[in-house]
Write a protein that binds this ligand. Structure first.
Ligand SMILES: Cc1cc2nc3c(=O)[nH]c(=O)nc-3n(C[C@H](O)[C@H](O)[C@H](O)COP(=O)(O)OP(=O)(O)OC[C@H]3O[C@@H](n4cnc5c(N)ncnc54)[C@H](O)[C@@H]3O)c2cc1C
Ligand SMILES: NC(=O)c1ccc[n+]([C@@H]2O[C@H](COP(=O)([O-])OP(=O)(O)OC[C@H]3O[C@@H](n4cnc5c(N)ncnc54)[C@H](O)[C@@H]3O)[C@@H](O)[C@H]2O)c1
Length: 546
């Protein structure tokens, strides 16, 4: 255990063992696990505790997709009638419910129950182990736009004067700052922000980002979606289900990070649902009359395409990717500059999530801000790893809440050994993703192309899922395909892709096979039940020669 000396120099307002900047799903997990060996942990959040995922991403987007999915299921089940188009008001009401009306008091209760101290405000690095927090003002400037104001700093602080900051800041005065000092570690979990391409006329057209798409109060008559990635296809699916006339524009194919057959099947299904899917086209310019003010309401958006065509719609959603949120983190104060940041400004981390280029083992990062694997589940996995690293390195208590593995924690500047609880090994060969379109797409590990590029000798074994007895029970219109990648040298699976209804739920068996490097001869004894679609596992192995 390394009990680092206290940082000399500036006088801090409060001191904690660990400070986590960013209270999204990833920061919450990191903070919780870091606290398990008796460390005091502050969680700094500028907006809503729960982050993008809870309020403007994973959760609301999945609710917007749910009614259309169930409707399609009913339509495809002999004996059931088409329940008809979703009741949009009811779907939006359920969306509001799942986001708790953008009120984070439930998550604040969890934070407090976990013994963490919530500090509302915008955090920025201010030198070694120092975080300056700009406290929110009454109008929300400088920090939180959250309504739940009950969670000022204080409950776990070691200093007497902690706790009054938020109350004072809510008097409407100019933003005030507090300097927090970490005895041991600062963990950055600040997430990511959407990218807006520099297309002529686009910014002036007040385009939607995923926030407006997931938080909309009404469904526009028509929507043009730019970007054929995960946000683009999910929102195109949701909005067409909810009654909008949707045009989806992609400069390549759809879902270019997945196996090509997955994007092709999603494109076919979206077209069948009424989406005008246009692949291989870019956006040349955008034009929208009106400013959006009361005097000059915004008119429809006209998009001119790279092939000279035009599309006009009531709204435009830009879904062209996200970049790590580091521009407002003041990374220069800890010796980082553009050359030490990764793609899109990412904080580059080693396998134990220590930020590379900042010596001393005090600055860590996890989640979208690392650019490693920008999904909630991979980020939360990183949060658990970094929390355990910090808890083991600096904690003072053993016992029920301490990490239980026998793995020795890595020394500062070193990485945990692969597959130990101190290394985020799965981020590389065993990353998973689920796309909640209809059909769903799920995959673990590399695509066939990525595996070959990495020099892994793979054979792809592919199967039509509709041939399974379980699929015919589901309905006569079942459509699905799955593929596994066998490492022919080691005779283990290195990747798998499923496309079809509930493909997300089928994935975890494959993830376990990949992570466990289960030999094919042993996998043969994992018997899937009859009649399930999972019987495809036997077909895979038979097709491979077992
Ligand atoms: C439309 C959409 C749908 C998605 N659906 C899924 C899905 O179904 N499944 C999935 O796994 N992933 C999904 N994702 C991705 C997922 O949302 C992110 O990977 C996840 O939110 C990352 O978590 P995070 O904690 O790293 O960042 P975030 O969720 O962005 O949280 C970061 C938090 O830090 C706060 N913060 C930032 N900077 C500061 C600062 N300087 N001081 C204080 N606080 C700060 C922010 O306010 C925020 O609360 C989706 C993304 C989008 C856009
Ligand atoms: N179900 C899920 O897990 C889920 C759902 C939604 C989002 N997410 C995550 O959120 C992040 C953001 O999603 P996303 O779809 O915005 O990003 P993405 O990277 O998945 O897709 C971006 C798409 O935009 C295209 N593009 C980029 N620049 C463009 C330009 N200038 N003009 C036209 N097209 C352009 C790209 O070619 C790509 O097809 C991703 O990391 C994704 O993993 C996850």
């Amino acid at each position: 255990m390394n009990n680092a000396p206290e940082t000399p120099g500036e006088q801090a307002d409060e001191t904690y063992d660990v400070i986590v900047i960013g209270g999204g799903p990833v920061g919450e997990n990191a903070a919780d696990r870091a606290s398990r060996t008796g460390l005091s942990v502050a969680l700094v959040e500028s907006e809503l505790v729960g982050g993008e995922c809870s309020y403007w991403a994973c959760m609301p987007s999945k609710v917007l997709l749910r009614a259309g999915t169930v409707r399609a299921l009913a339509r495809d089940t002999p004996g059931l009638a088409d329940p008809g188009a979703p009741d949009v008001a009811a779907v939006l009401a359920r969306r509001n419910e799942i986001t708790s009306d953008w009120d984070d008091s439930g998550q604040v209760s969890w934070v407090e129950g976990a013994g963490l101290t919530l500090v509302r405000g915008h955090g920025r690095l201010a030198g070694e182990r120092l975080v300056e927090v700009t406290l929110p003002t009454a109008d929300g400037a400088g920090g939180s736009s959250a309504s739940g104001a009950g969670a000022g700093a204080g409950s776990g602080s070691d200093d007497e004067d902690a706790g009054g900051g938020l109350a004072e800041a809510e008097t409407g005065e100019a933003p005030r700052t507090r300097l927090l000092r970490a005895r041991h570690a600062v963990i950055a979990a600040t997430g990511s922000v959407p990218v807006l391409p520099d297309t002529p006329g686009l910014a002036a057209a007040s385009p939607w980002s995923s926030r407006e798409a997931t938080g909309a109060e009404a469904i526009p008559e028509s929507l043009v979606v730019v970007g054929g990635g995960v946000v683009g296809v999910e929102m195109a699916n949701a909005y067409t289900d909810l009654g909008a006339q949707v045009t989806l524009l992609s400069r390549g194919g759809l879902l270019s990070n997945a196996e090509p057959f997955a994007g092709e099947m999603v494109a076919e299904s979206l077209r069948a649902a009424g989406v005008d899917v246009r692949t291989g086209v870019g956006v040349a310019s955008v034009d929208r009359p009106g400013t959006g003010s009361d005097n000059e309401p915004a008119g429809p958006v006209t998009v001119t395409l790279s092939d000279g065509g035009t599309v006009t719609a009531a709204e435009i959603l830009v879904a062209t990717g996200r970049v790590p949120r580091t521009t407002d983190l003041n990374v220069e104060s800890v010796g980082l500059d553009a050359s030490s940041l990764g793609r899109g400004g990412a904080l580059v981390v080693n396998e134990s999530l220590e930020v590379v280029g900042v010596p001393g083992g005090w600055l860590y990062a996890c989640g979208d801000v690392t650019g490693r694997a920008p999904t909630t589940h991979q980020g939360k996995y990183q949060g658990r790893i970094v929390g355990d690293v910090v808890a083991a390195r600096y904690g003072t208590e053993a016992g029920d809440r301490s990490p239980t593995s026998g793995d020795p924690e890595p020394a500062v500047g070193q990485e945990g050994k692969p597959w130990s609880r101190y290394a985020a090994t799965a981020d590389h060969g065993a990353r998973v993703q689920v796309v909640f379109t209809r059909p769903q797409v799920s995959w673990v590990g590399p695509t066939e192309r990525e595996a070959r590029a990495a020099g892994i000798p793979v054979e792809a074994v592919s199967y039509d899922l509709s041939w399974m007895a379980g699929a015919s029970v589901d309905g006569p219109n079942y459509t699905g395909r799955a593929q596994v990648l066998v490492d022919t040298q080691r005779r283990v699976l290195v990747g798998a892709t499923f496309v079809g209804p509930d493909a997300g739920e089928m994935l975890h068996a494959a993830t376990i096979a990949v992570v466990g490097e289960v030999p094919l001869d042993r996998l043969w004894h994992a018997v899937p039940a009859y009649p399930t679609v999972s019987e495809v596992w036997v077909r895979f192995l038979e097709s491979y020669g077992l």
